[in-house]
Structure formats: structure tokens, C-alpha cells
Design a protein around this ligand. Sequence first.
Ligand code: ADP
Ligand code: ADP
Ligand code: MG
Length: 496
Amino acid sequence: MPEIKKILVANRGEIALRVMRTAREMNIATVAVYSEADRLALHVRYADEAVCIGPPPSSESYLRGDKIIEAAQRLGADAIHPGYGFLSENAAFARQVREAGLIFIGPSPESIEVMGSKLAAKQAAAQYDIPMVPGTAGAITDRTEAKQISEQIGYPILIKASAGGGGKGMRIVGKPEEFDEQMDRAVSEAVSSFGDGSVFIEKYITSPKHIEIQVLGDQHGNIIHLFERECSVQRRHQKVVEEAPSAVLTPEIREAMGRSAVEVARACNYFGAGTVEFIVDEALNFYFLEMNTRLQVEHPVTELITGVDLVKQMIYIAEGKELPIRQKDLTIHGHAVEVRVYAEDPATNFLPDVGTLQTYVRPQGNGVRVDDGFEQGMTIPIHYDPMIAKLITYGQDRAEAIQKMIRAIDEYRISGVQTTLPFCRFVMEHEAFRSGKFDTHFVSKYFTSENLKSEPEPFVQELAALLTARFMAKVPASRPPVAAAGTTSKWKSRGG
Ligand code: ADP
Ligand code: ADP
Ligand code: MG
């Protein structure tokens, strides 16, 4: 069995660090790659060795598989971990890694190929008894026929790009008259964004939850699932708040979804860590959406409720080891919630707001995990995803995890950029979220920028507190105390 001694991490930011930390725990050396925009990045400093692979645009750096493989060979790495995004779901890259005599820490190129196409994935899964969203069986070639099918399943329908991802390549069609126009747009977007114009139709589930199952498979045919994550709080079809377990699944449905997920994985001879995504309707019927053949952004919530280090398992699996965990050994302990801290302004419909982190202080304490890639003073590059951090809390139950999250959000001090944190706090306090009765339309249903408490930024608050303290020191004791404008008790020192 090949033992991995040095891993090149073909990624940046929090996920590069997250992978390297586990590698270090396993006494595996690490190599970072970086673009010119990331010279000072934390993943570069954390790694044992680091190689610059090109200019800032990802097409010239983090997507340059050839340069990455060359760096791995030159520095004697024996494996490459792709993280998420970038080359993680690129079958050609996985194949080139293998052909270069290196280990790709992920599934086989063949599995990535099947699951990379939403249509091929559905066709593979259809051979098993996996529930599917009603829709077209294959890519649309005949529009008249596609319109007939849409009438049959009933509007609204969703036109989806087979090669789509990251919440892109989807168009809702509300009524037949809109069909042609939306179809034209969907196809041209699919071509321009994914280089593949294949689209298909799914019934648009009007009030769905997004619930996904984490799977792990080894190279000996053992596949297990590690329960679900609920990721229904989304903006632009992209997740912002995730949790495990879901607040609404019954043990029976959990078990049925887990079984289906394992079957989907089996349908493509899957090994490695993967996620099978389902859409769940109001009656808790679940339908297969797609499989992501990589480590997922929100994997920490699963790690917290199962105690399994998913990266460690990925490395063992890549070495050819048998899964040390059996399905029957797994149970859910407690509850975990993750919020994604993006440099985006919730007040302007989540427009990116990249800039310099003038203040950056992480929350700490029992049950708080922060996965990030920045320090105070660093600038968030405009070239990549504007995620600053993932804030994850763990509690004995859901209520405790949520309370810890609110406390942690209040402690998190970021200034210089707007972030999704105030929005996430709003979610944590919202009755719909707390009761578990929410769907993927949480944002459009409940959120407006007026919901954001207009609190001054922490550093302004600190300055105000400092000035108040100075002022108070000078005024005679008989005068009534003057509160600093806009400070809230939250940020006032309790001791003094
Ligand atoms: P997850 O499914 O792990 O929650 P996301 O859907 O948010 O993750 O995607 C993870 C990362 O991968 C994001 O940076 C996203 O932009 C990127 N991504 C995923 N699929 C694609 C794709 N097909 N094309 C471009 N980027 C993608
Ligand atoms: P991506 O590859 O972009 O992640 P998915 O198929 O996983 O694409 O869908 C992303 C999100 O879009 C889902 O989480 C859900 O919010 C929404 N969505 C996808 N399919 C449907 C559907 N048939 N009905 C309603 N919403 C859907
Ligand atoms: Mg998806």
C-alpha cells in the first residue's frame, strides 16, 4: 500500500489550511501552491514548502493543472489534495495526476466524469430505485417535446444546465409563454459558463429544503454515509447557513436518504468523500439532485456531530486502506451549525464587498470552530470567492448550537468590509429558522436590509468607548454619566 508522505494542496484559503492541518497531524509534509495575489496568504506560510504557480487570475494559477503537477513532481510530493472549487471536480485533472504517477486524494476520474454531468448522474442513479424530481430523462433536443413534458409535469419548471454548478445555470419558467425565451437564455448561459449547452427540465419544487448526505467509500467497495446536512438557507441558490442534523428529518427518512445516497455512490463505484444532494418537499418526499465528488464547504458540521475527520479518511482511502468505520458504529452526537462569512453586503442584495480587514478578531470558546484564511490587515483578493471564514458552533442540541452561534457572531469583530454575519445573526434569531420550518426561500420571504440592526462597526464602538472613558475621567463625579453615542450593552465592558 502506498503511504503518503507529502501532500501538495491544490487550493487556497481556509480549505488549503484545513487540509494541511490534518496532514500535519498525520506527520505528512505539505506543499502549498499560490498565485501572485496570495504571496502573503496564510496557507503559504503554514505549508512546509510553497510554490508560486502564476498570476492572480485562477485560469493562470489555481486552474493550471499542468503547473501544479509539475510542482508536485519537482518537490517530491506523492499526492495532491484538490480541496473544493478549482480543479476538485475536473476529471481530466484527476486523470493527469494519476498518469503522472501521483495519488489524487479524491474519487476516480471515471466517477467524477459521471457525476460531473447532472444528466449522466441521474441516468446512473436511475438504475437503482432512487427518487428523482419529475422531468426530462435526458438533454433537450426537441423543444416541442420539451414543452409537452413541461405541461405534463406542470409549471413552474426549472431549466438546468447539465454541467452547471455553484448555483449557476438554472432558470425558472413560470408559464408556457416564457418557455422559449428562458430556454434560449439557459442554453446560451450554459455554453458561455460551462462550455456545454446541454440542458434538461425538472419540476420546480416550490417550497423545498436542501438536504444532503455525506458519504465515504474506500477502494474495496465499502461505502457508508455520515448522516445529513441541511443547507436550505441560501442566496442565489448558494448556501450561507448549514447544520447537522436537519431539524425536521425523522429517523426513518434519515435512514432512507442515507441508503439512497449510498446507492448513488455505488452507482458510480465511488470512493473518497462525496456528497449526495437531495431536494425535499413539504411532505418530506426527497428527490436526488446531484452528487458533488469532493470535500464540501460545509463538511465541518458533519465532523462535529460524528467525530470523524473527513480529510483524514480521504487520505487513508487514497492510500488504499479499508474504511475503519462501519455504518453501525456511527451515531449522531449533538448539533452543529455553520455560517459562511462572506465579504458581501447583505444590505445590497449580497454584493461582494472585498477590501482590507481593518479589524479581524475571531470568536473563541467552548464549541466554537473558525475555519478561515485571513488575519487582521490582510486584503481579500478580488480574484477569488469572497468567503472570509466559516464559523461553526457545536452544542448538545440545536438550541444550544444556535445560542452559541449568536454569542460567537457577537464576538466576531470584522471591520473594513461588510460581511454576511449580521444576516446570519438575523437567521439565528428568526422564528422560522428556530422552529425548523424554513425552505430555500428564507431570504426572499423574510429578509430585507431593514432587518439589519444598524450598529456601528466594532472599531467605531471601541473608539467611542475609549473617548467616553477619557471624557468620564475628566468630568466631575456629580455629573450624570454620558453614554457613548450608539454603543450597545453588548460591547460595553462589564467589569468596569
Ligand atoms: P458546496 O456545494 O461545497 O457547499 P458550493 O456549491 O458553494 O459548495 O461550491 C463550492 C465552491 O466551488 C465555490 O467556490 C463554487 O463557486 C465552486 N463551484 C462549484 N461548482 C462549480 C462549477 N461547476 N463551476 C464553477 N465553480 C463551481
Ligand atoms: P448546483 O450544482 O448549482 O449546486 P443543484 O442542482 O445542487 O445545483 O441546485 C442548487 C440549488 O438550486 C438547490 O439547493 C435548490 O435551492 C435549487 N434547486 C435545484 N433544483 C431545484 C428544483 N427542482 N426545484 C426547486 N429548487 C431547486
Ligand atoms: Mg448542488
